[in-house]
Design a protein around this ligand. Structure first.
Ligand SMILES: *Cc1c(COP(=O)(O)O)cnc(C)c1O
Length: 396
């Protein structure tokens, strides 16, 4: 059996998105900046995509800027707010300890340029409180950036409440909603966000395309110089097939969310219940306030990479920590931030589901994961020490 359970890393392009895109590689190849009819067909498609995406997020079309993906959107949002702050001598930024590297590393770059960043601690359930944000805001705070939902442990932050505080205190609020968009309900007005990042390939659109919502009146700098595309804020000929595919995928995800999300969440809950029975295992992240498709466990005594590789041999594609962190020996900064000790943070497994997964696949995962864990533990010297009482269990 083949089971793709790594949908937080990327998703398969939906049939709807694929078919929407195809003509724009072929007969509708125009450049939207061209005055002739071929170009104008592309310009219309661009406008319609902008309208669709705006509608799905509760925004106005002119508040949507197309980018190359989540990383670029995060960079542009954060750097813009930092530059706007600097103009008013505000050089303090608030974020969390569990952000994606696109946010984290942009903030670290700003620190090297003289900004001060407060990375809020995150409790064990992975959810920060609006009060913690309120307490951290200072007169010189230029920006608060808090992710909507976490890519590793799936926890959903109280974005609307944090946004209300920022709005009241006159601080720009950005949210990396890359994992949330198309999976849970987002409304930029209700959520009081000033800027919000999304990425097409996380909701069954194509890779290499994303969008940044910027509320009217909030300053947006451009990161690259060029032409007047995207109101001069993001030069470069638009990725029309990608943008059309993203709009189709987001529309489809939002339209069917009420039907699809509960089905995915039911499979998630079965996985959580079943995997909890493995001795010395622990669920990471809040059991309920998490993305419909996210399951993340630590298993004591083994390495996450080994679980992933062995599961792959059984046809199950999963992840350990985040795909971007793999290849490095550092354990996930998210698991460390929620208080998991190093020795168990290495033994994490993330399974992320989509509507393409089935109950039979869940059964198969529930059969194979315990076998793989047991097999690896039998070969693990650390596990032997634990069993023989030479070492204490971290997970009871
Ligand atoms: C995937 C991801 C990103 C990066 O998006 P890309 O489109 O791959 O650049 C940013 N933030 C989060 C939370 C993500 O999951």
């Amino acid at each position: 059996m083949k089971v793709y359970a790594d949908n937080a890393a990327t998703t398969r392009v939906s049939r709807t998105a694929l078919h929407a895109m195809l003509p724009y590689f072929d007969e509708l190849y125009g450049n939207p900046s061209s005055l002739h009819s071929v170009g104008q067909r592309a310009a219309e498609a661009l406008y319609e995509a902008r309208e669709t995406i705006a509608k799905c997020l509760g925004a106005e079309p002119r508040e949507i800027y197309f980018t190359s993906g989540g990383s670029e959107s995060d960079n542009q949002a954060i750097i813009s707010a930092a530059e706007a702050g600097q103009r008013k001598n505000k050089k303090h930024i608030i974020s969390t300890a569990i952000e994606h590297h696109a946010v984290m590393n942009t903030l670290k770059k700003l620190e090297r340029q003289g900004f001060e960043v407060t990375f809020l601690d995150v409790p064990e359930n992975g959810i920060i409180t609006p009060e913690a944000v309120a307490e951290a805001i200072r007169p010189d705070t230029a920006l608060v950036t808090v992710m909507y939902a976490n890519n590793e442990i799936g926890t959903i932050q109280p974005i609307a409440e944090i946004g209300a505080i920022c709005r009241e205190r006159g601080v720009i609020f950005h949210s990396d909603a890359v994992q949330a968009a198309g999976h849970i309900d987002i409304n930029v007005v209700r959520d009081n966000v000033d800027m919000l990042s999304i990425s097409s390939h996380k909701f069954r659109g194509p890779k290499g395309v994303g969008a940044l919502y910027v509320r009217r009146g909030v300053p947006l700098s451009r990161l690259i110089e060029g032409g007047e595309q995207e109101r001069g804020r993001r030069p470069g000929t638009e990725n029309i097939p990608g943008i059309v595919g993203m709009a189709a995928a987001l529309y489809e995800s939002c339209e069917y969310m009420n039907v699809v999300a509960p089905k995915i969440a039911a499979m998630r809950d079965r996985l959580i219940e079943g995997l909890s029975k493995i001795p010395h295992s622990i669920l990471n992240g809040d059991p309920k306030r998490r993305l419909p498709g996210n399951v993340n466990f630590c298993f004591e005594g083994i390495e996450g990479e080994a679980i992933v590789l062995l599961l792959d041999e059984y046809g199950i594609q999963a992840s350990s920590g985040s795909a971007c962190a793999s290849g490095s020996l550092d354990p996930s900064h998210v698991l460390i931030a929620i208080g998991r000790p190093h020795e168990i943070a290495h033994g994490s497994l993330r399974l992320t589901l989509s509507e393409e997964n089935t109950q039979e696949e869940v059964d198969y995962i529930l059969e194979k994961v315990p076998q793989v864990v047991e097999h690896l533990r039998n070969m693990s010297p650390v596990w032997r020490d634990l069993v023989e009482g030479k070492r204490e269990y971290v997970i009871q």
